[in-house]
Ligand binder design. Structure first.
Ligand code: SAM
Length: 237
């Protein structure tokens, strides 16, 4: 069987009892970076063999791991941080395991995109997660323009080095739109900064951002609710 285990995105305390139990009871941990996961296992005094599974070897390794699981071994899949297969390796192994009829259990847990969305204060009822913004200016511009047209909150992963470029493009494309930069979530310097792109650009030009970042763009105005940003199921008509 395969157990997909989310791991902390910064704060080592953010791991569930079920995740620890699954790590303790599996036969083998398939990890994006075995050194990185080694530190987590050590912190929780778990001694377990590991095998690396990253974007460059996932295709080849998956076949071998499927054979192992068909032979009865239980494998725990982890990435460096957060939910495996979300802008991280693991999706191919999960697909192959399902194809092979193996049992796949996914444990709920940390994910930067969802944490940022909820903490941003933007509309959480409808959202679109788009992974990393493209590096090239033209493709990035198209992706940002598409996000601005969307009638739901857009959530991107972004690097601190490119944040300024994205904010500058957003400021040109839609000077009034509300943006949120969610940085270093669950860590000592956690920060949510909301505002118009030009305001955020001014801030981060003066204080160059460090660490890990999610960039969120509010829904196009037609969708945004002026008075009731957070509805509950009971509010539904
Ligand atoms: N699978 C992970 C998850 O579930 O969140 C995401 C992995 S992706 C390779 C890493 C990116 O997620 C970072 O570059 C950053 O954009 C975002 N990220 C991860 N940890 C974060 C944190 N603590 N605060 C803000 N963004 C974070």
């Amino acid at each position: 069987m395969l157990t997909v285990i989310p791991t902390p995105i910064g704060n080592l305390g953010d791991i569930t009892l079920r995740a620890l139990e699954a790590l303790r009871s599996c036969d083998l941990v398939a990890a994006e970076d075995t050194r990185h996961t080694g530190l987590l296992l050590k912190h929780y005094e778990i001694s377990k063999p590991q095998i690396s599974l990253h974007e460059h070897n996932e295709a080849a390794r998956s076949g071998m791991l499927i054979k192992d699981m068909l032979a009865g071994r239980s494998i725990a899949l982890v990435s460096d941080a957060g939910m495996p297969a979300i802008s991280d390796p693991g999706g191919r192994l999960i697909h192959s395991a399902r194809q092979a009829g193996l049992s796949v259990t996914v444990l709920p847990g940390p994910c930067a995109a969802l944490t940022a969305l909820v903490g941003s204060g933007l509309d959480t009822e409808r959202f679109c997660f788009l992974g990393f913004l493209p590096h090239k200016a033209g493709r990035r511009q198209r992706e940002l323009a598409a996000a601005l047209a969307r009638q739901e909150t857009s959530v991107f992963y972004e690097s601190p080095h490119r944040l300024g470029k994205s904010l500058a493009q957003l400021a040109e494309l839609d000077p009034e739109r509300q943006i949120c930069v969610a940085r270093e979530l669950t860590k000592h310097f956690e920060e949510y900064r909301n505002g118009r792109a030009v305001e955020l650009l001014a801030h981060y030009t003066e204080h160059p951002p460090k660490g890990e970042i999610c960039l969120l763009i509010a829904a196009a105005p037609e969708r945004r609710r002026a008075t009731t940003p957070h509805s509950t199921p009971c509010d539904a008509p």
